[in-house]
Write a protein that binds this ligand. Structure first.
Ligand code: NDP
Length: 299
């Protein structure tokens, strides 16, 4: 039987609708709007698309939404100065500096200079640490793993006791926080990466596979345990000659056509984890605005 397709677009719209309602309630109670500032440096085409989508979604949710687009020759000090201004701006509750930054800018310095209270991407060491020790109530959890976790909940509920999860990829922004979230939900977790000895055999142990690698179609159908839930985080741009000269399409890290024949449930690319990431960014910004207003965290 072909796998159930996990509709990340639909789920993300539900999250965004809830955020919009809560933003409007905040506005009624306090006169304030959640404020999101998105900073783009340079002219990376993919970054422009992501930043545009985030800015638009913030406006749709009724947020105060600001986009700062800086030239690629912006210096690290100029960027740091903008971050300082946004840290001090009471109308801004979330600051996102789009990665990658141009060569010559020390990205970790810039990211760590964002105030932990406005770090809605969840990259500040304070938020990373809180996620590491399971202090989720006070942390900003990185948006992509948080969104992937909500999709897993659609299939398995919140308690993953007794289930084996394999995360392929150990990056700080996806793989590691994903593993922490799965552990917090009682899954038995393995993190695989480029030095893993038998990747197909490791993935075959999994009831839940999260692929966050950045290698198109790396995970094959015959790597999967029949009935496994497959969450494909990868976004890879590959040539699509069938669409015309110089045309591209987006594919995941999982060979979808093969995997859909074996998996129990699977996320598509596009339309899976990607839209969830944007909605969870809105949710984090909303939480930040509630916090700043002294109101309890909305759920
Ligand atoms: P990174 O490049 O930071 O990390 C990739 C990880 O994959 C590393 O841990 C690396 O191992 C591992 N890896 C690379 N090649 C192999 C291999 N052949 N076998 C096993 N493991 C391998 O990527 P990110 O975590 O930032 O992103 C991963 C993917 O997710 C990308 O496609 C990215 O575009 C996508 N993404 C999607 C988002 C969304 O919103 N849907 C958001 C963020 C990312 P090692 O550590 O040993 O080098």
């Amino acid at each position: 039987m072909p796998a159930t397709v996990i509709d990340g677009k639909l789920q993300s719209e539900r999250v965004a609708e809830r955020v919009k309602t809560l933003a409007s309630e905040l506005n009624l109670q306090t006169g304030k709007k959640p404020g999101l500032a998105v900073v783009l440096v340079g002219d990376d085409a993919a970054s422009q698309v992501y930043v545009g989508a985030k800015t638009r979604k913030a406006a749709e949710c009724g947020f105060h939404s600001v986009q700062h687009t800086l030239p690629s020759d912006t210096t690290e000090d100029q960027l740091a100065e903008l971050v300082d201004q946004l840290n001090a701006d009471p109308t801004i509750h979330g600051i996102l500096v789009q990665l990658p930054l141009p060569d010559g800018i020390n990205a970790p310095r810039i990211i760590q200079s964002i105030s932990a209270e406005k770090d809605v991407d969840g990259f500040h060491f304070l938020n990373v640490g809180m996620v590491g020790v399971g202090e989720f109530a006070n942390a900003f959890v990185p948006c992509t793993p948080a969104g992937a976790m909500l999709l897993i909940e659609q299939i398995h509920g919140r308690d993953l006791s007794g289930l084996n999860a394999v995360v392929v990829g150990r990056s700080n922004i996806v793989g590691k926080p994903m593993a922490n979230l799965l552990i917090a939900h009682n899954a038995t977790v393995t993190v695989a990466h480029s030095r893993t000895k038998d990747l197909p055999g490791t993935v075959r142990q999994a009831d839940i596979v999260v692929a966050a690698v950045g290698r198109p179609h790396l995970v094959k159908g015959d790597w999967l345990k029949p009935g496994a839930t497959v969450i494909d985080v990868g976004i890879n741009r590959v040539p699509a000659p069938d669409k015309g000269e110089n045309k591209f399409r987006l594919v995941g890290d999982v060979d979808y056509a093969e995997a859909a024949q074996v998996a129990g449930a699977i996320t598509p690319v596009p339309g899976g984890v990607g839209p969830m990431t944007i909605s969870l960014l809105m949710a984090n910004t909303l939480v930040s605005a509630y916090r700043e207003a002294g109101l309890p965290k909305p759920s």
